[in-house]
Design a protein. Structure first.
Length: 305
């Protein structure tokens, strides 16, 4: 994965409104103040907060992040996060009266010429638009954020001395905690087998695959959520003893085995879903007046028998 050369000043999201900050920290649009005792939260206020949590300038250059559609001046009361926006997850959002879905994986990832009800995705998008549901994707910006998915994984596993696997250069950002992937020291040395069991328990998943000798001692661990096995070279470069990721290609596994570097494959869903639950909790803390949750419908499409 190659990072873009980030501009020093990232342009504002189109359509973001200028907001008034009240004494209690509540954001309100100057032109849409509510009656006494009635609180209005604008979509733009939540978008501004998402930008502070996961600056869009730190996303990979191939990514499609930010507000994918929606009206930033709209009032919001319900927000739902999810890993992937699928028809069943969209049904949940529409039936619950959600105004914003924060989906980790972007919809409309590639350029499209039309959105019609002739395809499964088109029907889903058309129904969301008709229901007034805005969609935002933080994707790799949230992967890379100081409190994002990779950092959350590292903290959940009890790692210490956590640092980015691939730090951003000073020309990109001024925050040294920003970067791709994470690495850290395990609470105590353990075998690869014991580490796999810890990962399985922590992520509540089964069927973990691995490359490497199960008796090998692991002291430091690299982490790159999703489909990011290519980070094994970064993990080895900074002195990690193994890399935890979601999935890899067959020939990628052969490459890692030839390099004698342990690789733990816990599943794409398992390594990222917890980070979206974490995001819902962070948003709830910042906007306690809103009803915010992580999709209760979403499930891993892959099952282990």
């Amino acid at each position: 994965v190659v990072h873009r050369s980030f501009p020093m000043q990232w342009p504002p999201l189109p359509g973001i409104c200028d907001l008034e900050t009240l004494d209690d920290g509540t954001h309100r649009d100057e032109q849409a103040k509510s009656a006494p005792g009635e609180l209005i939260v604008k979509l733009s206020a939540l978008l501004d907060h998402l930008e502070t949590l996961a600056p869009l300038a730190t996303a990979e250059d191939w990514d499609n992040v930010g507000l994918l559609w929606g009206d930033c001046t709209a009032d919001i009361a319900k927000v739902m996060t999810c890993l992937t926006l699928t028809p069943d997850v969209a049904d949940e959002a529409i039936q619950a009266g959600v105004q914003l879905v924060v989906a980790h994986h972007p919809v409309l990832f590639k350029a499209v010429q039309r959105v019609t009800a002739d395809t499964t995705e088109g029907r889903m998008l058309w129904r969301l638009a008709r229901g007034g549901v805005a969609v935002y994707s933080p994707h790799t910006a949230w992967d890379n954020a100081p409190d994002g998915i990779n950092a959350f994984l590292a903290q959940s596993l009890g790692l210490t001395d956590i640092q980015p696997l691939r730090p951003f250069s000073a020309a990109m950002v001024t925050d040294a905690t920003l970067g791709s992937g994470r690495c850290g020291r395990l609470p105590s040395p353990m075998t690869l087998q014991a580490l796999v069991e810890l990962v399985a328990t922590t992520l509540n998943t089964r069927g973990i695959e691995l490359v490497g000798d199960t008796d090998r001692e692991i002291r430091t661990l690299g982490i790159a959520c999703g489909s990011a096995a290519e980070f094994w070279k970064d993990a080895k470069r900074v002195g990690c003893d193994a890399l935890l990721t979601g999935e890899t290609r067959f020939h990628g596994a052969l490459e890692v085995r030839a390099a004698d570097f342990p690789l733990i494959l816990a599943g794409h869903y398992a390594t990222e879903r917890g980070g979206m639950e974490h995001l819902a909790q962070l948003l709830t803390t910042a906007f306690s007046e809103l009803d915010i949750w992580c999709s209760r419908t979403e499930r891993d499409p892959l099952q282990s028998l």
